[in-house]
Design a protein around this ligand. Structure first.
Ligand SMILES: *Cc1c(COP(=O)(O)O)cnc(C)c1O
Length: 367
């Protein structure tokens, strides 16, 4: 007996691709016979997790037979204090990815419209597709969001506008004036999803303090994560800061124990480990400047980035560079899968990793 699963699957999801995270370290070792692999494909922290977070998890290993605190009370209190908001404004997810799902589950009927850049972070449109949302795209210009044009697309079916800032895969931000115009221009029942996954890495003085706008703008939803600068990607924990009523509805669609016990204690400890954040930020800023300068000199047109990755063009400079890097044991993200064919998105690594990559590309460019 066979079942026609295509027939019984929901039409909205039939043609969705299965997310492909790219090769992992062991695959590359086996496939290319290299012993050392440098993974710069997923914007993870090259310095690893904060030592205090590792200690906190170790101390809690014996408790993993118990369900976690579904409300993340201790973490919520601590983070609220740090951000200067009431705890009722915060909701945690199994990664920020899950919060994006919750936004669609809570606020979108089939056919409701989500507006986003093109190219953009794939979770926005994949999560939208799951609930049958209609996606409307506004092309980036010079690798930046056209936020005014995005607001101009809003119609009476629009529920939300999704903006990564810094954006993934470009690393560009929206400035304070752009945020203010968007908040002034959006109807009050259209959510502005302001994704600051790379917030900690930004040093542009025009970057807005988004939290300060929450009070006057109940439609603003700020997303952040412990996956990037805090070095906890493998634990899956991110959060949103929003109006308490928005949080109430997101809570209704949140799975009860979505953030595990180890993630909660690690995140609390990570918030205390300011030295690790500082060092991560400094290492990244230096590496980012180094890569920008070197890649620029080699004619690869790097995009000025405020994040912990850099997007640059290899087409016309070194053919098949992503493959050549792989054969050398260096994993980067080929822009083809990110809407940027001919480009590479590379995470800023340690100084040593950055140098290895730059030296390898330079050998290829000088033949
Ligand atoms: C990495 C990233 C996130 C956060 O992902 P997690 O699910 O928290 O690991 C969110 N938005 C963007 C644009 C990202 O690049």
């Amino acid at each position: 007996m066979t079942i026609d699963f295509e027939r019984i699957a929901r039409p909205e999801i039939r043609d969705l691709p299965v997310y492909s995270p790219g090769l992992d370290i062991d695959d590359v070792k086996k496939r290319y016979g290299v012993t050392e692999v440098i993974k710069l494909a997923s914007n993870e922290n090259p310095l690893g997790p904060p030592a205090q977070a590792v200690d906190a998890m170790r101390a809690c290993l014996g408790d993993v037979s118990l369900y976690p605190d579904g409300a993340c009370l201790n973490l919520r209190e601590k983070l609220a204090g740090k951000l200067g908001v009431v705890p009722e404004r915060i909701i945690f997810g199994n990664g920020t990815d899950e919060i994006i799902d919750l936004i669609f589950f809570a606020f979108f009927n089939p056919g409701d419209v989500a507006i986003m850049g093109d190219p953009t972070f794939s979770s926005y449109y994949l999560s939208g597709a799951m609930v049958g949302a209609t996606i409307r795209y506004e092309a980036l210009r010079e690798h930046r969001h056209e936020l005014d044009a995005m607001v101009g697309l809003v119609d009476d079916r629009t529920r939300a506008v999704f903006v990564g800032t810094p954006h993934n895969p470009t690393g560009t931000i929206c400035d304070k004036a752009e945020l203010e115009r968007a908040l002034a221009g959006l109807p009050e029942d259209v959510l502005l999803i302001w994704d600051e996954a790379y917030f900690e890495y930004v040093d542009d003085p025009d970057y807005p303090d988004s939290i300060a706008y929450l009070e006057g703008h109940p439609n603003l939803v700020v997303l952040r994560t412990f996956s990037k600068c805090y070095g906890l990607a493998g634990l899956r924990i991110g959060y949103a800061i929003a109006h308490p009523d928005a949080v109430t509805y997101l809570e209704k669609v949140r799975p009860p124990f979505n953030v595990n016990r180890l993630a909660q204690v690690a995140a609390i400890a990570a918030l205390d480990d300011e030295g690790h954040v500082e060092l991560s930020r400094k290492t990244n800023a230096e590496g980012r400047a180094y890569l920008f300068e070197r890649l620029g000199k080699m004619g690869m047109e790097p995009v000025p980035s405020q994040a912990n990755f850099i997007l640059f063009k290899y087409e016309g400079v070194v053919d098949a560079l992503p493959q050549k890097l792989l054969e050398r044991g260096i994993i980067v993200r080929d822009g083809g899968s990110l809407g940027y064919p001919g480009y590479i998105r590379m995470t800023v690594g340690t100084p040593e990793q950055n140098r290895v990559v730059v030296d390898f590309i330079r050998e290829l460019t000088t033949g």
